[in-house]
Structures are given as structure tokens and as C-alpha cells.
Design a protein around this ligand. Structure first.
Ligand code: PMT
Length: 398
């Protein structure tokens, strides 16, 4: 998502300046071309050489440096930026920007840019809660400046409270959000993810290898694009994606209940969960003893949640998945038709590098109108983006 994006990273003077190094590393690792501007105070904490080495670009420190200004001046920096990040941002720099003061390289460049500006403040808790600071921040927010709020904790100055620079990972996420087009704003999307567990007795269950990664990637991407996201998740080890409402379930029947209760509020349903097709007819209340050489268990079919959604008269845009080990196209087309779907994501789960419990996937996207689109091996985050591009295009067609 940040591949080839030009990002200006402004670093101010504060003990948290060292965290800007980690942020720079995350940005460059994601493929961004980062140009650093350091204030004079920032250079009291770190040297430009650190940022120059890690960004592979010259570091800008002086508005009146004749050579630097001739080669790539503050206006060129401001113009080239896809995104401007200031981290850490002091009360002083935020006050200056809010007051329209442009008296050094950083403030002049921010003033001249048309790119989105993401500010990550770091300061003493009393400075942070000072009404003057709060008014400056509110003013900038009203004008469209983005903020990554500082977190609470013990501060370098010895005080406890809010003022610690947000984690570099959180600022990195903020950068991705700032650069993501909000084409799902106003839409509610329900996504299912992970496996279901069908209990046999208090210690055993039937399940599958789904990790939830595909569904969680979709939830995260949909939230970044502005959707209200409900994620109905089977048991997984994954962290809750930011800004997403997660409803935890275990069995197919629980998933069915949660999906059916919420479907009427949704514009889109994407069923990436690997729902167990069968459950034991009877769940024993005590652990089954291993007295016999063999046991037979009777299973009963679970409701097909997606097929039931497809039967609704007024239904949301429906995206199903098909996990196949053979005859991918043939089986997927049958599911698209039998479950009355708008779109189906067919993946071959017999391959080790894609499908269940890995970070990548490859898929064939099939649509109700007979069109299709092949997605080669890519990260689940990328595939989630491609799936949502298709959903958005079709929602726009009406
Ligand atoms: O979770 P990961 O480790 O990231 O792996 C991702 C994945 C392989 C699980 C995912 O990409 C995927 O393929 N999910 C669907 C798995 C599946 O159950 O496929 P299916 O062909 O059995 O079911 C077809 C569709 O019907 C699916 O959308 C499924 O959610 C839905 N279904 C199935 C059975 C059932 N009782 N109710 C359903 O709603």
C-alpha cells in the first residue's frame, strides 16, 4: 500500500525522536520513499546521518542551505509528498502550524504542502492537557489535519499520563489509513472468518485448519476504506483489527445466529469462514473414555449459512468463498449458482503456499454476470484489497 509513495517525515526535538527511526524503518520496508526533515532541536537528540543512512535520501535541516535548496528545496519537497508525517510533534511545532508560523524548514514545508498531514504528538501530560495546546489540536483537526493520539504511561519527564508518542506501528497504520481512499464510507460490511468448532465432548471438537487470516485481512482493509465492519469470527489467535467490531463464536450454529441477527443492517456480506459442514448429533457431557478399540460417531449436517442468505428476498451483496482441492472452476461455478451469490472467491487449498493458515493466497474471482478475474499468488492483505475493489465497482454499478 505504501509502495513508491513519497513520504516526508518531520522529526522534532524530544526524547521520543529515537522512535522516528523505527517508524522510518517500517515505512521504507513497506516500499515508501521517505525524505526526512529534522528541526534544530531534533538534532540535539539524533544526528541527520542516522536518518540519511536509513532513508537513502539526504536529510533536510536548514531552510537557508543554498546547495540543498537548489537541489531539492522546501517547495519541491512539499509538492512531491503523497503524505506528510510529523513524529514526534512537539507542542511548539503544533502551535506554530496552528498559528500559521513558517520560520524553519519543517514549518515552511508543511505550510506549502497539499498532501495529507499526519501529526503524532509527544509531550508532557500537563502540556498535552493545557487548553492552549488542546485548542491548537482541535483547530488543526477541524482543518483536516490527522492526528495519531499519544498514549498514557510513565513519561520521560517523570510524570504519569497521556503524552507518550504512539507506537511506531500505530503511526504506520495511521499512514496507511491516510493514504487509503475511503470508497466504502457509509457502507456496513459483515465478514466471517476462521474455523468453527463442533464439540464432541468437553475436551474434543471437529474443526479445520482455517487461521482466520483471510477474513481478518478483509475486515482490516474494509475498515481502512471507511466501512463499518462487523467481523464474526470463529476461534483464532489473531488480534482484533483496529476499528472493527468483533463478535466471537465457536460453532456453526452460533455463527448462523450472529449472521442472521445482523444481516439486515448490512450492505455486503463476505463469508471467508471455513464453516464445518457437519456436527456430532449428540455432544457428550462428560469426556468419552477410550475403552473400545473403535468408535462410531453420527454426524448431522450444519445449516448452510451462505445458501440461506442467498435465499433472502431483500439481501445484501453476497460474496462467498470456495475452498477446493480439485476441479476448482467447476466446483466454484456450482457454488456461485447454487448459493445465489454475486461474487465467489475460489481458492485451491491443496497447495502449501496458499489457502489455509499461511500469509498468501491465490484465487479465481467469479461473478454472477459470468465474468472472472484471476489473482496470482499475493499476500492476503493484497487479495483483500483486490476483492474489495471488485465489490466497490459492482456496488457503484448499482
Ligand atoms: O483462514 P485462513 O487460514 O486465512 O484460510 C482462508 C480460507 C482458505 C479458509 C478461505 O480463503 C476460504 O476459502 N474460506 C471458505 C472455506 C469454506 O468453508 O469453503 P466451502 O467451499 O466449504 O464453503 C463455501 C462457502 O459457503 C464459504 O463462503 C463458506 O463460508 C460458506 N458456508 C459453508 C458451509 C456452511 N455450513 N455454511 C456456510 O456459510
Amino acid at each position: 500500500m505504501l509502495e513508491n509513495k513519497k513520504i516526508i517525515l518531520g522529526v522534532c526535538g524530544g526524547i521520543a525522536a529515537y522512535k522516528a527511526v523505527e517508524l522510518l524503518r517500517l515505512l521504507t520496508k513497506a516500499g515508501a520513499d521517505v525524505h526526512v526533515i529534522m528541526t534544530r532541536a531534533a538534532q540535539e537528540f539524533l544526528t541527520p546521518l542516522t536518518f540519511q543512512t536509513l532513508s537513502s535520501n539526504p536529510v533536510h535541516t536548514d531552510l537557508f542551505n543554498l546547495i540543498a535548496e537548489r537541489e531539492i528545496g522546501h517547495i519541491s519537497l512539499a509538492d512531491m509528498a503523497d503524505l506528510f508525517i510529523i513524529a514526534p510533534a512537539t507542542a511548539n511545532i503544533i502551535g506554530k502550524i496552528a498559528a500559521g508560523i513558517a520560520d524553519d524548514m519543517l514549518t515552511t514545508t508543511v505550510m506549502a504542502t497539499k498532501a495529507p498531514v499526519l501529526i503524532a504528538p509527544a509531550m508532557n501530560v500537563n502540556m498535552f492537557t493545557n487548553p492552549i495546546y488542546q485548542e491548537n489540536e482541535s483547530k488543526l483537526q477541524r482543518m483536516g489535519y490527522l492526528f495519531e493520539a499519544p498514549v498514557s504511561g510513565s513519561l520521560a519527564c517523570g510524570w504519569e499520563g497521556q503524552g507518550k508518542l504512539a507506537a511506531p506501528e500505530a503511526i504506520f497504520e495511521g499512514a496507511i489509513a491516510a493514504l487509503t481512499k475511503k470508497d466504502l464510507t457509509g457502507r456496513t460490511i459483515l465478514i466471517t472468518a476462521g474455523p468453527t468448532r463442533e464439540e464432541i465432548d468437553p475436551v474434543r471438537f471437529i474443526s479445520n485448519h482455517s487461521s482466520g487470516k483471510m477474513g481478518y485481512a478483509l475486515a482490516r482493509a474494509a475498515h481502512l476504506r471507511g466501512a463499518r465492519v462487523l467481523l464474526i469470527s470463529g476461534p483464532t489467535a489473531l488480534a482484533k483489527p483496529d476499528g472493527v467490531r468483533v463478535i466471537k463464536v465457536a460453532s456453526a450454529l452460533e455463527m448462523q445466529h450472529e449472521v442472521m441477527t445482523r444481516v439486515t443492517e448490512c450492505d455486503v456480506v463476505i463469508k471467508a469462514a471455513a464453516v464445518a459442514d457437519y456436527r456430532p448429533v449428540e455432544r457428550k457431557n462428560t469426556k468419552i473414555k477410550k475403552n473400545d478399540e473403535s468408535v462410531t460417531m453420527e454426524l448431522v449436517k450444519n445449516p448452510d449459512i451462505l445458501a440461506d442468505l442467498g435465499k433472502m428476498i431483500q439481501r445484501p451483496f453476497l460474496v462467498g468463498f470456495a475452498a477446493e482441492t480439485d476441479a476448482l472452476l467447476e466446483n466454484a461455478l456450482k457454488k456461485l449458482d447454487a448459493k445465489n451469490l454475486d461474487m465467489l472467491v475460489a481458492n485451491d487449498v491443496s497447495q502449501a503456499d496458499a489457502g489455509f493458515n499461511v500469509d498468501n493466497n491465490r484465487a479465481l474471482l467469479l461473478f454472477r454476470d459470468g465474468s472472472s478475474c484471476e489473482c496470482d499468488l499475493m499476500s492476503k492483505d493484497q487479495l483483500a484489497g483486490t476483492i474489495l475493489d471488485q465489490v466497490v465497482a459492482r456496488l457503484e454499478q448499482g
